[in-house]
Design a protein around this ligand. Structure first.
Ligand code: R7I
Ligand code: MG
Ligand code: MG
Ligand code: MG
Length: 354
């Protein structure tokens, strides 16, 4: 088996960073008007030959990354430092990162987990997550938003599933949270293999998730939350229906897939955004490439824009590679130079494991 090109690893981390930094500008807005979004994006580009006023690049504001990237980098750095998943090391990095920079926009509840993890009395790093929400565990998208690194170090799909779950369980003990992380990790894993059609991409995800969601805890958690059985698999099937239509109104996407802070209302939306953007979109100017189209579409949905765009950006970046990462977008992002080094090291470890 040949390893995927290094440019896919760089594309993945760069796409994730772009989604977070660009999406953060619009996070929590119910409606994002496309003309406003496109105007914002034009502001990141160097002025054209006609409009060069001389105050480009260095006069521009840096777009800060949020908790999504802060935690994604903890995952990556832990995997690189240990050479494999290490629950104690990863948990410590999450907690220390939050302590160092608490104002990155973290989820309201997860902060309690970080505080407990830093206590010397904490002997089981999974325990603080288990007691969240009266013992139900969080179903937020925090496990999924940061998981891409797992797919960039483990070539085997069983490992991707196993360690995506464990990395998520450090903060998200509800299966509706960690199953979202498994789904996102599987999407990055498949994207890394490259030229898959959207049909077979979805078929493979559905096959895996029907198996993942059939376990007792997943069935019980879905029931307890009042959801239908196999809720992620069901949304993947809805995506298949959407992709067969020539146009899908935004309102239908929001109704069926969502744009919320729950993993169930955001991971399938990110996957749909990636798959739909393989084809052009009459509302998005043609000079934007596929990766740009993915991020523009995610942000245009409103809601949890940084997180949906970072997840879709990771998938699209792995699929299209670094060639589609526009330098002017990337250079607008805080600490963008770090992605290249981290991605190169992940690629090296991935190749060693193959
Ligand atoms: O999932 P998490 O890390 O948050 C990630 C989100 C992303 O959008 C980031 O960009 C950032 O803005 O936050 O953090 P959690 O605090 O575990 O979950 C996020 C939110 O989901 C919680 O604050 C709750 O509002 C909600 N939530 C729940 N609400 C009720 N019952 C998660 N689980 C539950 C629950 O069981
Ligand atoms: Mg965020
Ligand atoms: Mg968010
Ligand atoms: Mg580059």
């Amino acid at each position: 088996r040949l390893p995927p090109a290094r440019g896919r690893f760089r594309g993945c981390l760069a796409g994730a960073l772009l989604g977070d930094c660009l999406g953060a500008t619009f996070e929590g807005r119910e409606v994002v008007a496309l003309p406003e979004l496109l105007r914002f994006l034009r502001g990141l580009e160097p002025p054209g030959p006609a409009g060069g006023s001389g105050e480009e690049a260095d006069g521009k504001e840096t777009l800060c990354y949020t908790d999504d990237t802060a935690m994604a980098r903890c995952v990556v750095r832990s995997l690189l430092a240990k050479g494999e998943f290490d629950q104690v090391d990863m948990a410590r990095r999450f907690a220390e990162e939050h302590k160092k920079e608490p104002d990155r926009g973290y989820g309201m509840a997860v902060v309690k987990v970080f505080k407990k993890l830093l206590s010397p009395k904490c002997s089981d790093v999974f325990e603080p997550a288990r007691v969240q929400f009266n013992g139900k565990g969080s179903y937020g998208n925090g496990g999924a938003m940061r998981v891409a690194g797992v797919s960039l170090i483990y070539p085997e799909v069983q490992d991707v599933k196993k360690f995506a779950k464990l990395s998520a369980e450090l903060t998200h003990a509800n299966s509706l949270g960690y199953n979202g992380a498994i789904l996102q990790a599987l999407a990055v894993h498949l994207a890394l293999q490259g030229e898959l059609s959207r049909e077979s991409f979805l078929e493979q995800l559905i096959g895996h998730m029907e198996d993942v969601e059939a376990d007792d805890k997943s069935l019980a958690d879905a029931r307890a939350m009042g959801f239908e059985e196999l809720p992620f698999s069901r949304r993947l099937k809805k995506i298949k229906e959407f992709l067969e239509l020539s146009t899908v109104p935004k309102s239908d996407v929001l109704l069926e897939l969502g744009n919320g802070i729950a993993a169930l209302e955001s991971v399938p939306t990110a996957i749909y955004s990636f798959l739909r953007s393989m084809k052009s979109d009459p509302d998005i100017p043609d000079h934007y490439n596929n990766l740009q189209r993915v991020i523009i579409y995610c942000i245009s949905l409103g809601g949890d824009t940084d997180t949906i765009a970072t997840m879709a950006g990771a998938i699209a970046g792995a699929y299209y590679g670094e060639e589609q990462v526009p330098p002017c977008w990337e250079q607008s992002c805080e600490a963008f130079q770090e992605t290249e080094m981290l991605a190169n090291s992940l690629h090296e470890l991935y190749c060693q494991r193959l």
